[in-house]
Design a protein around this ligand. Structure first.
Ligand code: ATP
Ligand code: MG
Length: 120
């Protein structure tokens, strides 16, 4: 695996209405770098994130997180991996009474037992 933590291999993502959100995208993110993906509205940034954490399956191509191909892995392993990926949704999904830091940490709640997560 080396330093390549996330790898996309010739990804195409077509939505049912025929929108091609991503076309032939190949790229990799190293596990020890800070990477920003920027682009205009509708260029596919959120779609890219959803593919990486397994919320979407690509129309074709492969997404690897470490050695695991997300679309072929058992759901249990995908969920385990998703716990290691913090994602703040773009709209409506921030918890208003929490701070920005706490909103980001919500992604880690799956690591705690229910009592500790309830007691924060
Ligand atoms: N669930 C969906 N069904 C159909 N089309 C979608 C869906 N999600 C995204 N798209 C389309 O895919 C393209 C990429 O959208 P995406 O949300 O990934 O862009 P983005 O780069 O995150 O944009 P923004 O900067 O506005 O957040 C757009 O044309 C969008 O309309
Ligand atoms: Mg977006």
């Amino acid at each position: 695996m080396g330093n390549e933590f996330v790898k996309l291999n010739e990804i195409n993502m077509l939505f049912s209405e025929g929108t091609a959100a991503l076309r032939e995208v190949s790229l990799s993110f190293s596990g020890n770098a800070f990477t920003a993906v920027i682009g205009p509205s509708g260029s596919g940034k959120s779609t890219l994130m959803r593919l990486i954490n397994g919320l979407l399956r690509p129309t074709s191509g492969q997404v690897f997180v470490g050695d695991m191909e997300i679309a072929r892995a058992p759901e249990r392993l995908v969920r385990q991996t998703r716990r290691r990926i913090g994602m703040v949704f773009q709209q409506f999904n921030l918890v208003r009474r929490l701070t920005a830091l706490e909103n980001v940490l919500v992604g880690r709640l799956g690591e705690l037992d229910p009592l500790r997560s309830t007691l924060r």
